[in-house]
Design a protein around this ligand. Structure first.
Ligand code: GFB
Length: 315
């Protein structure tokens, strides 16, 4: 990759896209293209085709997607399936038509079977039934992977697919209905502390285990793969360690300074019992996560306090 490459980051306002833009700027890439939704609706095929034909980016990072936590996924499977398939079909096809040199498609660890062996190797894809709470989203992401692989097979494109584990960090979504667990618990613990509540309500049983990767670590993996990985075979990105939701809630309480008790809302689903990615493939290539969970959560809490706490305060 050259510093003069024209790079289109789709979804630059989201958690992942914003981290990738930050990193590319820091590293000296200056020809970045970004568009907000009102300027470019990625669900509209002809608009997307015209945009790519006009801009002719060298590199594309496809970080635009409808994403959300367990509740958002179970409440809106239609939107998660249709919107994601539309966006990725349009962007990937238009990237091919306009001669994009390299594209990175971002998948998710939920593409793997619900009961995949742990840690989950890339070869587990399509070897068993999916987790029902996010099946629609997973099917959309699997379709994106298969489309990138089909383009590589039929037209020789260099479109790669990267599978991140659960991500968190500055720029996360803190809406309690649609967010992922880490952002939700940070906000709940903060609000419980400032309103002196004795109880923090956590969904499910606390037994499921998840692997959490700070988004700046993920952005560095994406840049590493842009520079060092040219295969249509999917590749996992994670930190290699998981934690139970119970321990995560305790850790967040400690970092935030919430001194009350945890209580469990068992009417909410647990989802997949465990999701820990096998990251030996990327580690063999020379990339490793660097931000420990405790530090990552503390940084994210600082960001939340500066950028979201007051704005979201319903207290
Ligand atoms: O992060 P999360 O929403 O998504 O939930 P998934 C992880 C676990 O945390 C589940 C529990 O067992 C939740 O029940 N949890 C506890 C909470 N308290 C809360 C809370 O206040 N909010 C939330 N959201 N969860 C998503 C998929 O699965 O992960 C997506 O639905 C995607 O498709 C994403 O793959 C990375 O890890 O279960």
């Amino acid at each position: 990759m050259k510093l003069s490459d024209k790079i289109y980051v789709a979804g630059h306002r989201g958690l992942v896209g914003s981290a990738i833009v930050r990193l590319l700027r820091t590293r000296g890439f200056s020809d970045l293209i970004t568009r907000v939704h009102s300027e470019l609706d990625l669900r509209d095929q002809s608009v997307v085709r015209n945009f790519f034909a006009q801009e002719k980016p060298d590199i594309v990072v496809l970080a635009a997607a409808r994403v959300g936590g367990i509740k958002a996924n179970s409440d809106a499977p239609v939107e998660f399936l249709i919107e994601n398939v539309e966006v990725q079909n349009n962007a990937i096809s238009a990237a091919h038509e306009s001669g994009v040199r390299k594209l990175v498609f971002l998948g998710s660890s939920c593409i793997y079977p619900k009961l995949a062996r742990q840690p989950i190797p890339e070869s587990a894809l399509l070897t068993g039934p999916l987790e029902p709470t996010n099946e629609a989203y997973a099917i959309a992401k699997i379709a994106g992977i298969k489309l990138c692989q089909a383009f590589a097979q039929e037209y020789g494109t260099n479109f790669i697919s990267v599978m991140p584990t659960n991500l968190y960090g500055p720029g996360d979504n803190f809406d309690l209905e649609t967010s992922h667990v880490l952002a939700a618990l940070l906000r709940k613990a903060h609000e419980a502390k400032v309103t002196r509540q004795r109880e923090l309500v956590v969904w499910g049983t606390g037994e499921p285990r998840r692997e959490f990767l700070q988004v700046d670590d993920f952005a560095s993996a994406v840049l590493f793969l842009l520079e060092n990985y040219d295969s249509p075979e999917i590749i996992n990105v994670g930190c290699g360690e998981d934690i139970s939701i119970r321990c995560l809630a305790e850790l967040i309480g400690e970092i935030v300074g919430f001194e009350g008790d945890l209580s469990w809302d068992r009417s909410k689903p647990d989802g997949t019992p465990r999701k820990l990615l096998d990251v030996s493939k990327i580690e063999k290539l020379g990339w490793k996560a660097t931000i420990p969970l405790r530090n990552g959560i503390a940084q994210t809490y600082d960001w939340f306090l500066k950028h979201r706490a007051r704005q979201l305060a319903n207290i």
